[in-house]
Design a protein around this ligand. Structure first.
Ligand code: ADP
Ligand code: MG
Length: 551
């Protein structure tokens, strides 16, 4: 494709023309040496911004910084954040993301050091007319100038770039070391876990740095920072106990986030969790489609079978039971649960309640948590300050006291041994039949059009359906929701064939993403996407109310 010269002149000549004339700018331009492609032009001034791609080939980035996929992802994350800073105060949107460093379609660094970014540019158009001079400045100068300074090695903060890449690479190494060391998570000494507020993801100022007990201290090797010491959370069943407001939930949230790499300065750069760790919670009102929840629900008052349970409106306990078996089905090997967001009757059933209610249909998690590990290899980390029934089933008990962790396992086991508080009613973890999804029910067509639209962090429009993702807590941002939507469509369009199981389909999806990267989801389209995990894709699928199974 040939490139046209002088985008600014073209824009100035359109000044005052009807807004639709912006369309004539589609295609590639040479803007003082930068390759600028107008990918999509918005139809009117109020539509989502037009999309522009900028490619800088001769960035001068040293070869070692682009030598591995992790380094390229990290460097892209660094450069995108720099570009966003450079364009602050302009209407240009750069999808650089939050504290997590994800593979994003907005910025890609290739193995030769070339950088491609895609940004959203609202083309100015008061009274539905082309504002030629202003657009010429924005597209002909502001944007390419920012790209040149933010994406060229000679003008970036090179030490910061290296530190960024090394931080991400170290997190990958720490996470990769967990399984062999028999750990589900690692929290480095000195990590800053709390955030500024519930709506501000930056590290809390003047927080108490994390410190763990010597009994759980481990030292792991990293390629850049050398040896790092901190608390290793072992495989098996781990309880986080402690008084209210002592930092239990904050620790668990850091473990939830530990499946992702974090930017330097986040405080959680060296807090890592196994990649298949999944946060679970109660979510009353959610839909459940043909789940085998019999491990947690023995029978229902309606007489419905619990090994094939569907509802459009689950209760707290049945929703959490469903989410638990779904996470295991999708391949979770660590479950993260907080009493703050759990259904009490799903978690516990104490001795007195056993005496009063003889025919309780719910099998509390306390009876399944050990078999889950022994028989399925699924570990659990559970925040539980409110019931001692778990003391006897925990391998490790960590107490949070004024934000510092100590090991109270021995004392907890002593207390548990001193007297049975409840009677064991169930043992083992029953078999759960794998589900086979009908791929036709993953068709995003609505009124003859494909409709896959992220509506923010919490909602995905997929065909005729709106999927509520509020309770899927490890989703990072809107772009990851967009990635989830594309992944669902891909599952329905060729990956799931109506014979393989959902888990097998997720394996194929991972393989495809591994092979083709985000292009597997984009398929030639251009939009802001961030790479999702299989677990969030599965969680969205399980919440799609029109999902059907093959029986
Ligand atoms: P819990 O779950 O034990 O009740 P939280 O984890 O919700 O406690 O923490 C209670 C409060 O303490 C929160 O406002 C949190 O931001 C704050 N906090 C947590 N960890 C720290 C820390 N290390 N330093 C300072 N404040 C913290
Ligand atoms: Mg809490």
């Amino acid at each position: 494709m040939s490139r046209r010269d002088d985008l600014a002149a073209a824009l100035r000549s359109l000044d005052g023309a009807s807004y639709g004339r912006y369309k004539s700018l589609s295609g590639r331009w040479d803007v003082s040496g930068i390759d600028l492609e107008v990918l999509r032009v918005q139809a009117d001034p109020f539509a989502p911004p037009s999309r522009v791609r900028l490619t800088v080939d001769d960035t001068g980035i040293p070869a070692d910084l682009v030598a591995t996929p992790d380094r390229r992802r990290a460097l892209a994350g660094f450069l995108l954040r720099g570009l966003r800073r450079a364009l602050r105060g302009t209407p240009v949107h750069v999808d650089a993301g939050g504290p997590e460093v994800l593979e994003r379609s907005a910025g890609v660094v290739d193995a030769g050091g070339a950088v491609t970014v895609e940004v959203g540019v609202p083309f100015p158009g008061p009274k539905r007319r082309v504002l030629g001079k202003e657009a010429a400045t924005l597209l002909g100068a502001t944007l390419p100038d920012a790209a040149r300074t933010a994406l060229s090695w000679s003008s970036v903060d090179q030490d910061a770039a290296r530190a960024f890449v090394e931080t991400v690479e170290d997190a990958v190494a720490l996470r990769g070391a967990l399984a062999d060391r028999g750990l589900v998570a690692f929290v480095a000494d000195g990590a800053v876990l709390p955030r500024r507020s519930g709506v501000d993801d930056r590290p809390m100022e003047a927080a108490t740095p994390f410190g763990g007990p010597s009994s759980l201290a481990v030292t792991l090797e990293t390629p850049n920072a050398g040896r790092v010491t901190g608390m290793g959370v072992p495989d098996g069943v781990t309880l986080i106990v402690g008084g209210g407001y002592h930092g239990k939930s904050t620790l668990l949230r850091a473990l939830e986030a530990g499946v992702y790499d974090h930017v330097p300065g986040d405080g959680r750069e060296q807090v890592v969790t196994r990649p298949d760790a999944v946060k679970l919670r109660a979510e009353d009102g959610r839909a459940v489609i043909h789940d085998d929840v019999s491990a947690f629900v023995a029978h229902l008052p309606s007489g419905e079978p619990t090994d094939d349970f569907s509802t459009t409106n689950a209760s707290g306990s049945t929703s959490q039971a469903a989410s638990t078996v779904e996470a295991v089905e999708a391949g979770a090997d660590v479950l993260l649960i907080d009493e703050d967001t759990s259904a009490t009757n799903m978690m516990i059933r104490d001795g007195r309640m056993q005496q009063l209610i003889a025919t309780e249909p719910l099998v509390p998690f306390v009876e399944r948590v050990r078999p889950l590990h022994a028989e399925r290899g699924v570990s659990t980390v559970l925040v539980m300050g409110g019931s001692g029934d778990y003391l006897g089933v925990a391998d490790t008990v960590v107490m949070m006291d004024a934000y510092r962790a100590s090991d109270v396992t021995a004392r907890a086991h002593e207390i548990a041994a001193a007297g049975p508080s409840r009677t064991v009613e169930h043992t083992g973890f029953p078999a759960v039949a794998p589900r086979v999804v009908d791929p036709a029910s993953l068709d995003p067509t609505a009124k003859g059009k494909r409709r896959v639209t992220a509506r923010g962090r919490d909602r995905l429009t997929f065909g005729e359906d709106d999927i509520d993702l509020t309770a899927v807590e490890q989703i990072t941002d809107r772009s990851q929701v967009a990635g989830i939507g594309r992944a669902l469509a891909l599952l329905g369009d060729g990956v799931l064939d109506g014979t393989i199981t959902l888990a097998e389909g997720l394996d194929l999806l991972d393989a495809e993403l591994g092979r083709r990267g985000l292009e597997a989801l984009l398929d030639g389209r251009s939009e802001d996407l961030a790479r999702p995990r299989r677990h969030e894709v599965a969680a969205a699928l399980n919440r799609l109310r029109s999902l059907r199974l093959r029986t």
